[in-house]
Design a protein around this ligand. Sequence first.
Ligand SMILES: Cc1ncc(COP(=O)(O)O)c(C=O)c1O
Length: 423
Amino acid sequence: MAPLNVASVRVAFPALQSGFLFADNAGGSQCLSTVVERISDYLLNTNVQLGADYPVSISSTSRVAEGAEAARELFNATSTDEIAYGSSSTMLIENLARAMEADVIEGEEIIVTGEHESNAGPWKKLAARRGAIIKIWHATQLSSAPNNPYAVGLQLDSLLPLITSKTRLVAFTACSNILGTVVPVAEVVRAIRERAQELGVRKVEVCVDCVAYAPHRRIDVRGWDVDYCYFSMYKVYGPHTSILYVRSATLRALSSLAHHFLDVSDKPYKLQPGGPGYELVYGCTAVPPYLRSLTPSGDLGDAFDAITSHEQALLTPLLTFLRDQADRGVRIVGEEQTVLARVPTVSFVVVGDRRIDSKDVVKAFDKKGDIGIRYGHFYAYTLVDSLRPALNVDDGVVRISLVHYNTVDEVNKIIAVLKEVLA
Ligand SMILES: Cc1ncc(COP(=O)(O)O)c(C=O)c1O
């Protein structure tokens, strides 16, 4: 596999030329110049309503259709009829929960995780409206680091006992935006479906949050056999808009949120009450070509392999440094032993006699003025709250989140600041 040419990667992101070290990428990545060019081109040249027969409208209609095709490719979905756009992932799942409402029976069970609330809150509200029951698949202690109580992760063994004959939906993250761990989605879905079949479940569906996964790994909704999958393009080098995959057969069973006179029974438009930002949808069409350009084969799978390999080279020195600070009170929150099933989103706390609040660690970085990192619970509130009493949800964790355009030199610069803070 050809290694990533990070120097040429960085040229594609004008913001990187400022020299600022962007290390809060799990909050939002930098945007490709080609995305910005397309947004601008749409607004300056084809900013008319879709669906009319005059030439500019024909052009805007086909540009928005290209946006659906870009999303289809990123999800590896079968058809653009399985793609809905929306202003945020949170809003898309809130809408999805409303569209599913009529098909949730009192007493049925919905399993959510303590991860980002976007894939929990809408289901909790749906359960409250329908008399369904919420169960939580908690992250539990990893055997790889028995001495670190913060080394937790989502483990299949903790999920399986939660599945009963009443399970209606399992909603989980493909990657935690705090722990950085990659969940083996295909394996988890297979186990859910097998157990559900054994128990004679009426209907079980799976909704996967790929927001923290999509910048780092190839999504494969078909191979994974999921019903719903979503992520936010502003974390994947694009604009502030989000995309949702809904399996065709599943889509038909959902209620429509669109106007009553629109015939949308098998169209994703039923989840888009009103048009998404068309210029943003068109802007997204620049993301797959960028990813394909990263390796000679032009294959998305190869691109993500190259990204993974470079990101693991970023992770290794950072994880090693943090692990070596155990005596100083540094505790990695999440898997600490291996970079293999991990993306370069690294969270930690400083505990013990010389504890340092997460906000004070970040303050030291902010004072430098040229590095962006962040502290908090990052909306994975239940996960962080479950790590009490040592971890306080207001202070949360320190999170350093890198992507493929970051360099090993940047990691060394971060480590140098950490050394000062911990001295
Ligand atoms: C893992 C994860 N899921 C969901 C979201 C929510 O995305 P949005 O801001 O598009 O609602 C985020 C945002 O940080 C996230 O990190």
